[in-house]
Design a protein around this ligand. Structure first.
Ligand SMILES: [Zn+2]
Length: 214
């Protein structure tokens, strides 16, 4: 078998180190310490085992480290297993991102919680996109399409350097699921990936339905 590390070479794009720490901690919560170490070894990122990224906001955590680990996750657990694990890791990232960086809603957290739900969604989703854009070389954008939000990611870390027949950005799907659930006070919403760079699209596009799942 060819070394997996050659599949996703360094990207030249970066996440804030703290963003990288949030990703690694959330993946560890999902697959365990040994599981994470195995994934780091298999993806050629074993140096991160002994030297995790520092807890700062410097943009030096390679975007390709995320996609390489997710590619190896799929190799080890199969597409279906990896999909569930990546979504769980993505969900686990949301609270850590909000704790580690401020969610730029323009409200203090208490005032934000008191807003009506449609307003929380309308303000919260673009605020998450801004947080991602501010602390990585990814660019998040949100468009209001009436019954749903369209969330677009440029230079998406999930699929950077990967090729696939269909969407693979399940980490982001999980992050968006948890964000919607948090803004919706525990209600669950449907999140569907519509376009994926790994499958030939220019950018990754996600549909976030505004109506909760009954
Ligand atoms: Zn993607």
């Amino acid at each position: 078998m060819a070394p997996v590390s050659t599949v996703v070479p360094p990207s030249g794009y970066f996440l804030a180190n703290r963003f990288g720490r949030v990703f690694l901690a959330s993946l560890e919560e999902t697959v365990g310490r040994n599981g994470l170490n195995a994934l780091l070894n298999l993806s050629g990122r074993e140096s991160l085992i002994t030297a995790p990224p520092p807890d700062d906001v410097q943009l030096t955590f390679d975007t390709a480290t995320v996609s390489a680990l997710l590619a190896v996750l799929e190799l080890v657990y199969g597409p279906r297993g990896a999909r569930g694990l990546a979504m769980r890791a993505g969900r686990a990232m949301f609270d850590r991102l909000v704790d580690g960086f401020e969610l730029p809603t323009g409200f203090n957290p208490l005032a934000f919680r008191l807003l009506p739900q449609p307003t929380r969604l309308k303000i919260g989703v673009p605020a998450l996109a801004r947080l991602v854009t501010q602390h990585s070389d990814m660019a998040g954008r949100v468009a209001d399409r009436g019954t749903y939000f369209e969330y677009t990611t440029e230079r998406c870390a999930d699929c950077w350097g990967r090729a696939s027949k269909g969407p693979v950005c399940n980490l982001t799907v999980g992050l968006l699921l948890e964000a919607m659930s948090s803004f919706g006070r525990g209600q669950e919403f449907r999140v569907t990936q519509r376009e994926c760079r790994a499958a030939g699209a220019a950018v990754c596009v996600f549909q976030l339905d505004k109506e909760p799942i009954a």
